[in-house]
Design a protein. Sequence first.
Length: 144
Amino acid sequence: MVFAVVLALGQVVVVRHRAGGAADLAALAAADRALEGAAAACRSAREVAAAQGAEVVRCTVQGEIADVTARVRRGPYAPQVRSRAGPVTAVPAQAPGERGVPGEPGSSGEPGTSGGPDSSGEPGASGQPGSSGELGATSGLNSS
């Protein structure tokens, strides 16, 4: 009995991660096509999601920002995951002691400043994209 519960929980986790990956990739694909219009962007998102074994439940595009919800169905499980993607236009505010992005005015990550334990000016381990030409994505699980 315990083995069956552990196995079922493992399947839930795997399906949720697949849905998250599909949502992230679909949102990035839609954001890449956002300037061609919402129809082209969402078509691209559906193609990418289908290649990942997922379906797009919701797709909206506002300016260059794509908001996509994808779902993966495996047995009784069908988690939906929402992901947003678009160009990085501003660095989010940082907590005291965190490093900023090198070259950003007022950022604590500029070379020669005391932005934390290592103020060499190298990008931090936070994984923040640093140039305005890059796309970024965030995702979260919907509870439906």
